[in-house]
Design a protein around this ligand. Structure first.
Ligand SMILES: *Cc1c(COP(=O)(O)O)cnc(C)c1O
Length: 609
């Protein structure tokens, strides 16, 4: 797996050249160079790099595939999309989404009051706002205010209570009434971890009986002309296209039935999000079974077919895919602080003029090992080490011999495991697990990869340099939290191999890809590790620039954000040190300066890395 599955998950966004990972775009900067440039100014700890050109690429891909499908199928409705804010609400992600989506009138979706306020301030007039999720009267009133302020906004109701509130607000005020959408509860459930969004027992949506009632409520309130959309969302990261198609058929028929019942203003069908992203580094474990081409043409074809059969005009299509748009734009880079079993490095071998015969044999096995003989040689080596350990116990070989034997066998096992990665016998699996190297990364999995911790979502992981050399070490990654869950264990089914690096001599940086969706807001401050230092990387033909730096929060700011008083903390530290004995005033004041420096930096480790 020398290219770490780049051909599977990277969508040609990154390439390997001269042993380094580069952006496959314009001046093609290398991730290592960007990382070094940022670290040159003293930044330490994990980095989050945002690449807005990758957001642009995904928005274009979404629109252009739907545009082509519409043309090919002679579909009469239009295509529209909104970005669901819950996927990433951070300013430099949202700004990039809005900026890159302008030419398409790409809008925003909100699922809470705070997100709605964000949508009202970030959505360009003319682009759509859709609002989902549970709403109270205030949130509904905010929707009216948005409409009054010139936004094209659709409030999707999740239950009849919300509709009654909309009717009440419309009666009480003269504010412009927003468009109304109905979320339909589909019997065709989704698949995947998030399946609960669809299905009869779904958390959201109106049953068919409720939909009939909604229509009579709207009619009675003379608001039927505001009913413009029906909506469904069957779950995130839909791995299989079959349930999507079932849901489309069902929702399409809901739409057609409503039209026939006289919902004349109804003209949009919103198919929610759920477009999957490839997270897998191993082809045998690909995480979804369809492409954007297949998705867009299935949606357009099916809707056209249903409407034609029922003699109903083709609706405009809305999508709310979020993961698909932003997952790829952010890359997490973490320095490796330590390898825990450096002790077995071949450099530490110290042979004598005359070595015991078994050690000479191990040397030969190690030297001549190749992919044809490795299983046989591995067995010989395991045999020899048993004998050598017995010889040590009996006093026939000394400590230096034993050390040489252990290093040699360790290396023989390591190399054979790498050479036989596909054999997967129980013996090899066990050896692999026993021999894994533990890489300590200067990051928190809870903060930066919460979905790995919470739902075992894999992310592509690879070093950003040293890629000319074969990675030989079966690797598990430990983060710097004091929590045993802060670990990405070695998985023999999806083995991650990394390089054997002498960290005293060189750096080793790992990158985690496709972390732009959901990870940032779901991330938590376990052990008070806060968000990584963030940069937006804007790439042009000649070069690239670092923009929008958001520094990782300082220790003092983290404590303040929990509600502690900064000044009290500073005073307490100062007076305790002032009162202490046995050091000079000069030493006290130097120590105080040090202390102040420390607490005004982020809390990630600042050893050589
Ligand atoms: C979460 C959500 C989305 C986005 O889902 P993705 O899988 O990120 O595309 C879209 N619509 C609604 C209603 C949602 O709740």
């Amino acid at each position: 797996m020398k290219n770490f599955g780049l051909d599977i998950w990277a969508n040609k966004n990154f390439i390997i050249e001269e042993g380094e990972v580069r952006l496959n775009y314009k001046s093609m900067p290398s991730l290592l160079e960007i990382t070094k440039r940022i670290r040159d100014n003293g930044t330490r700890g994990p980095l989050l790099l945002r690449f807005p050109h990758l957001i642009k690429k995904q928005i274009r891909s979404l629109y252009s595939h739907f545009y082509s499908a519409i043309e090919e199928n002679e579909y009469k409705g239009s295509f529209n999309a909104v970005f669901p804010l819950k996927v990433n609400q951070f300013p430099h992600a949202v700004t990039a989404v809005v900026q890159e989506g302008k030419e398409y009138y790409y809008g925003l979706e909100a699922g809470s009051k705070a997100e709605l306020i964000l949508a009202m301030t970030q959505t360009p007039l003319g682009a759509n706002i859709t609002v989902n999720g549970f709403k109270d009267k205030e949130m509904i009133t905010l929707g009216f205010i948005a409409a009054q302020s010139g936004h094209t906004i659709t409030l999707t109701i999740e239950g009849l209570g919300e509709l009654e509130t909309i009717i009440a607000v419309a009666k009480e005020s003269n504010l412009k009434v927003p468009n109304i959408g109905l979320r339909v509860r589909l019997h065709s459930a989704g698949s995947g971890v998030w399946a609960k969004s669809g299905g009869m027992d779904a958390k959201f949506g109106l049953t068919s009986t409720e939909i009939l009632e909604a229509v009579s409520l709207l009619k009675a309130a003379k608001l039927l002309d505001n009913l413009s959309m029906i909506h469904f969302h069957i779950g995130s990261q839909m791995v299989d296209i079959a349930p999507i198609k079932r849901a489309l058929r069902e929702a399409g028929n809901f739409y057609a039935e409503l039209k026939k019942m006289g919902a004349n203003a109804l003209e949009n069908i919103n198919i929610g999000g759920g477009l999957a992203v490839e997270y897998d580094q191993y082809s045998h474990a690909k995480s979804h079974n369809y492409s954007i081409e297949e998705f867009s043409s299935s949606v357009v074809f099916l809707l056209g077919e249903i409407m034609d059969a029922k003699g109903v005009a083709h609706p405009n299509i809305f999508t709310e895919s979020g993961r698909f748009i932003v997952a790829s734009h952010a890359v997490l880079i973490t320095p490796v602080l330590e390898l825990f079993t450096q002790d077995y490095h071949e450099k530490l071998l110290k042979f004598k003029k005359n070595n015991p015969p078994l050690i000479e044999e191990l040397r030969e096995l190690n030297r001549l090992l190749n992919n044809k003989n490795c299983i046989e040689y591995l067995h010989d080596a395991l045999d020899h080490i048993e004998s050598l350990l017995t010889l040590f116990d009996l006093g026939y070989i000394d400590l230096q011999d034993r050390s040489n034997a252990e290093i040699l066998v360790h290396n023989i096992i390591k190399k054979s495991l790498y050479l036989t990665a596909s054999y997967n016998t129980d013996e090899l699996k066990q050896l692999q697990i026993n021999l894994q190297e533990r890489y300590l990364i200067n990051a928190s999995i809870f903060q930066s990869l919460p979905d790995y911790w919470g739902i075992k979502q894999d992310f592509p992981i690879m070093p950003i340099h040293h890629l000319n050399a074969d990675p030989l070490r079966a690797a598990s990654l430990w983060d710097i939290t004091c929590d045993s869950d802060g670990e990405i264990g070695f998985n023999p089914e999806k083995p991650l191999y990394l390089h054997d690096i002498n960290l005293d001599e060189e750096d080793y940086f790992l990158a985690f890809f496709n972390v732009g969706a959901y990870q940032e807001t779901l991330g938590m401050q376990h052990n008070l590790f806060t968000h990584p230092s963030e940069y937006t990387i804007s790439i042009d033909d000649e070069s690239y620039s670092l923009q929008n730096n958001v520094a990782s929060k300082s220790i003092l700011n983290v404590l303040a954000s929990l509600g502690y008083n900064e000044q009290e903390i500073l005073n307490k530290l100062k007076t305790d040190l002032q009162k202490s004995d046995f050091i000079t005033e000069k030493e006290k004041s130097d120590t105080l300066t040090k202390l102040e420096t420390y607490i005004n930096q982020n809390g990630y480790l600042r050893t050589t890395n």
